[in-house]
Design a protein around this ligand. Structure first.
Ligand code: SF4
Length: 344
């Protein structure tokens, strides 16, 4: 992957305008009880997928949501997009709480918020050619009457994702494209309605390693040239470091650390972030890897530990950690952390 200009990255955050404010967002899923369990308790157990997340998203930035599978990052993004209903909290875009909008208002707002899925092949109708795939959101939004009518926009966004000449690709079907080309078409489709932000959910994890960098660099370039904001969901800190202006690290439904990519990667303050970094960036086999730094398995989000959710696994656990949940507090610059040890 090519080098990224760090100064250019931090500028976006320092001088950026907040386009999305998430406040105390909670998303719980009811868990089905077995017969005997339902006899013993009247309380409905819930899976606490997202459990009180607050963050600001800046215009034109690439914000990484990083964590292991099951930490709540995809649910957080899907809830913001209202693909699933929030349990409580707010997501404010252009002064409106997304969760308060009616269907007609939501349809209008959908144009501003797009998503790119992990597997572009699954998210595309195999019977539609590229022109129709890209034109579909324009037609749904009433911005074009047919794929033919949308031809100029389709050509323009195909050029934006470096599929040139566009005419060469418009008539192809998804199976006639490589994995990287399909993901570029998915990006072009999201761009077609001129959105404010795009959630990219593990967009390169199914691609060959050799072309991951190309697609990630494309996202970074689009954020800089078109001012599109990306929320990049990944379990991979290495790619997050490469393209993200800021990184939010999630563990068991909570943000445990957040800051610029440099703050989080170069001076991690949370033991969970340190363990993630150790697993990715330290090639020395003598270094204590992820499994050695953190004891045991990730607990169930149905019954998360009291106090700090990492305390049963953390090598630095103190008494307070078992009782009091550490809030996410500003440490320095834009660097925030939720850890009692970092407060000392
Ligand atoms: Fe570890 Fe305590 Fe910090 Fe939690 S609050 S990460 S248990 S030191």
């Amino acid at each position: 992957m090519g080098a990224v200009n760090t100064a250019q990255k931090s500028n976006v955050v320092e001088h950026g305008e907040v386009i999305l404010q998430v406040r105390d967002l909670v998303k719980h899923f009811p868990v089905r009880m077995g017969f005997w369990q339902s006899m013993k308790t009247k309380e409905q157990p819930v899976l606490r997928a997202v459990d009180g997340v607050s963050l600001d998203v800046y215009k034109g930035e690439v914000l990484g949501l990083v964590g292991e599978s099951g930490c709540g990052k995809t649910t957080l993004a899907r809830t913001i997009l209202r693909l699933t209903d929030a349990t409580s909290g707010e997501a404010i875009l252009e002064g409106q709480n997304i969760f308060d909008l009616n269907e007609a208002e939501m349809k209008k707002l959908r144009r501003k918020m797009q998503i790119i899925f992990q597997d572009p092949y699954e998210s595309m109708n195999p019977r539609m050619d590229v022109q129709t795939v890209i034109a579909e959101p324009l037609i749904l939004q009433g911005l074009a009457s047919s794929a033919h009518d949308a031809r100029d926009v389709v050509a323009s966004v195909l050029a934006d994702v470096e599929m040139v000449p566009p005419e060469e690709y418009m008539g192809r079907y998804p199976h006639e494209l490589s994995g990287g080309q399909r993901q570029r078409v998915a990006v072009a489709r999201a761009l077609s309605v001129d959105p404010d932000f795009i959630v990219a959910d593990e967009p390169v994890s199914m691609l060959d390693v050799s072309i991951r960098g190309e697609v990630l660099n494309l996202m970074l370039r689009l954020s800089r040239t078109r001012g599109v904001t990306f929320i990049y969901i990944t379990h991979d800190l290495a790619t997050a470091r490469h393209i993200c202006d800021r990184i939010a690290v999630m563990y068991l439904g909570k943000i445990v650390e957040m800051g610029t990519a440099d703050e989080v990667i170069q001076t991690p303050l949370h033991p969970y972030t340190t363990a993630l970094i150790g697993a990715v960036f330290v090639p020395d086999p003598r270094h204590r890897g992820f499994a050695e730094v953190l004891k045991g398995e990730i607990p169930s989000p149905v019954n998360p530990p009291q106090g700090c959710r990492l305390h049963p696994r953390c090598p630095y656990t103190m008494d307070i950690c078992k009782q009091v949940e550490p809030p996410l507090v500003l440490h320095e610059g834009t660097h925030q952390v939720a850890c009692h040890r970092a407060e000392r």
